[in-house]
Design a binder for this molecule. Structure first.
Ligand SMILES: [Fe+2]
Length: 243
């Protein structure tokens, strides 16, 4: 626990609890814009271990037209990495990060989805705009018994001047996962500010690193730019649900 009476703000690395469980990362090799090969994956994982992580869930993009991944391709990438588990001494598991579109409904119908903890689906929304049928997709997928975690809500600039939309997503039962590096300004000042506002309004349930490369690891050495540090520390503990 970080000492709140200290004058300057803590570094991101200083608020990571020992045994932290990361539910969002791109450490699986050669499958999306994350780790290029097993060597890079192992470097990232050993750095995450040094930061205090005890478990890393690799969540490659499933993004029609860009990263055409599926259960098989993700499992294959995971297996190419897990062979070396003895050398990284940290638990590694796999999930996926689904770009939300109507294909998700079809995948859910066929039970062809990689979930986290049995029934959580990690989804992302495009950075330009949310799909017109966003709420219909959420409704239909939830109806099939899945829980939806929206990745990095603080990065969707089209919600910044429309903050009530976040409450609307909460009202339909979505969980929010904040990116840790948003707290230190990785995505700019506006994203840090919105992160703080989301934390203050108790809208964030989980956090993730969204680590793609070593550059992202370096952000853990930067100081927090937010005010609501105590609240985010509690949120970090909530990731224990995914043990
Ligand atoms: Fe991601």
């Amino acid at each position: 626990m970080f000492n709140i009476f200290r004058k300057s703000k803590p570094k991101l690395s200083e608020i990571i609890p020992n045994g932290f469980i990361d539910i969002h990362s791109h450490v699986l090799p050669g499958i999306d814009d994350g780790a290029k090969d097993v060597n890079e994956a192992m470097t990232l994982i050993s750095n995450m271990k040094k930061l205090g992580f005890s478990k890393v869930i690799g969540t490659p993009h499933v993004y029609p037209g860009l990263y055409e991944n599926n259960k098989d391709s993700i499992k294959k990438s995971f297996e190419s990495l897990i062979k070396y588990q003895n050398s990284f001494k940290i638990e590694v598991d796999y999930g996926a990060e689904y770009m939300i579109d109507r294909q998700l409904i079809k995948l859910a119908e066929k039970k062809n989805i990689i979930t986290i903890n049995d029934d959580y689906i990690l989804i992302e929304i495009g950075f330009i705009a949310a799909p017109m049928d966003l709420y219909d997709i959420i409704f239909q997928v939830k109806l099939m018994g899945y829980k939806i975690i929206i990745a990095h809500p603080e990065r969707y600039i089209f919600y910044f001047n429309n903050f009530s939309e976040y409450f609307k997503l909460k009202d339909v039962g979505c969980f929010f996962q904040l990116n840790l590096t948003s707290l230190v300004g990785h995505y700019g000042e506006k994203v840090s500010k919105i992160s703080d506002k989301l934390i203050k309004n108790n809208l964030i349930e989980f956090v993730g690193s969204d680590v793609h490369n070593l550059r992202h690891i370096n952000f853990f050495d930067k100081k927090l730019k937010i005010k609501n540090i105590k609240q985010i520390e509690k949120t970090l503990e909530r990731n224990n649900l995914f043990e």
